[in-house]
Write a new protein. Structure first.
Length: 254
């Protein structure tokens, strides 16, 4: 454990820490700074508990998919991070996102890039979902909704553009709604990359994730099989717009 701790200490405070997850005393999932704390202390990385039951997102995402996605796939990223040994890196960076973007050694370090990316991405993904058992109309809150309309012309046009971007991802990846320089943008990243890594979104200014959609097949294949479009259509029903509004207004606290 000390080797892993020493390795991550050399990466500094990570910068990603405050978008990660932490359990509060009432076992609700919060987007706080535990990943940074775990990486810079002798604590192990922790698989966050979901703020809902595995079955809670039905009929849009089935219980078995949620169980495997969370307890197998996300857990694998956490376990591999905890098994990461120290290296002989002789530099110090302020956050891992800049490190991955700027340093060739980190770009090629697939253990860190893929598994820390997977941990961060899924920690965001879970809290941006919420149950909708009665299939009620699910709409963004006032301020984010107004900015979506201002940027894209209408909610329907935004949904069309976001869905199309998600469908165009070749293989595995993620589709994101981000706020950058005060403006909303739709961006995609391959594999377990994310906008904080400055790969698909090369910008020195702060980036805030507002929405995240996992396009890996393990996120939908049991229920939707190869019909990615159906999975995307179902996802609109279970977006946690309250959390999206919070991210939009307050950022991910990087």
């Amino acid at each position: 454990m000390s080797d892993r701790r020493d390795f991550f200490k050399k990466l500094g405070a990570l910068g990603l820490g405050t978008i990660a997850t932490k359990l509060s005393s009432n076992n609700k999932l919060e987007v706080l700074d535990s990943i940074a704390n775990q990486a810079n202390t002798n604590e192990a990385f922790v698989l966050p508990k979901l703020p809902y039951e595995y079955i809670a997102l039905e009929p849009f995402i089935d219980e078995e998919t949620m169980k495997i996605h969370h307890s197998k796939h996300h857990k694998a990223y956490v376990d591999k991070l905890n098994a990461t040994p120290s290296t002989n890196m002789d530099y110090h960076v302020d956050d891992i996102t800049k490190c991955i973007h700027l340093d060739p050694a980190m770009k090629s370090n697939s253990v860190i890039r893929n598994n820390l990316g997977g941990h961060v991405n899924h920690s965001l993904f879970w809290v941006l979902l919420k149950p909708n058992p009665n299939s009620e109309t699910n709409l963004p809150l006032e301020k984010l909704g107004a900015e979506i309309k201002n940027t894209f012309g209408s909610l329907d046009e935004f949904k069309k553009q976001f869905s199309e971007a998600s469908l165009k991802i070749f293989g595995s990846g993620w589709c994101w709604l981000i706020k950058q320089n005060g403006k909303l943008k739709i961006v995609t990243t391959p594999n377990q990359d994310n906008p904080f890594m400055r790969e698909s979104v090369v910008d020195k200014n702060q980036t805030t994730v507002v929405l995240a959609l996992d396009i890996w097949e393990h996120a939908y294949y049991l229920k939707h099989q190869n019909k990615r479009a159906n999975y995307i259509a179902d996802w609109w029903n279970i977006i946690n717009w309250e959390k999206a509004e919070d991210f939009y207004l307050n950022g991910n606290k990087i």
